[in-house]
Design a protein around this ligand. Structure first.
Ligand SMILES: [Zn+2]
Length: 149
């Protein structure tokens, strides 16, 4: 298992609550690159080893190449060696919820019970589980249920 090489912040995972994750996301909100939509998004994910990874949306003149804040943060975690995320916070001006693509990527590395804190820029937030945001999801487990040899 690869080791994290450049964690943004590491503490025991049970000491990182919604406020800490939302604050971490707020810390990179201004880094969002959103010259086309003008809709900034920031995220922070908590890996199971207690490391917090942040991310922001990064848009592109070729619009489909844009990546969301949530996936930026998750991919940072994975590229630094994490394979399990246990919580995620997302911050927007108006408390927007994660898109469907991000929900599926969360499912790849998180469980249905994983809390997702959907916050506005003031820090006011709602908590949902991934199972609530992506019910009856498809996951790697579904790839191994048929055609057993
Ligand atoms: Zn998204």
């Amino acid at each position: 298992m690869p080791k994290p090489v450049s964690p943004d912040m590491t503490t025991p995972p049970d000491t990182v609550g919604p406020q800490e994750l939302i604050k971490a996301a707020q810390g990179v909100y201004d880094n969002a690159y959103a010259p086309y939509s003008h809709y900034r998004v920031a995220a922070a994910v908590l890996a199971d080893d207690g490391t917090v990874y942040t991310g922001c949306n990064v848009e592109n003149a070729v619009y489909p190449l844009t990546i969301c804040a949530e996936r930026t943060a998750i991919f940072k975690a994975v590229s630094d060696g994490s394979r399990k995320i246990v919580a995620l916070a997302v911050v927007t001006a108006n408390g927007g919820s994660p898109c469907g693509a991000c929900r599926q990527v969360m499912r790849e590395f998180g469980t249905d019970e994983m809390p997702i804190y959907v916050a506005d820029i003031t820090g006011a937030y709602h908590t949902h589980t991934l199972g609530e945001l992506l019910p009856e999801s498809f996951s790697s487990a579904d790839l191994h249920t048929t055609e057993a040899e």
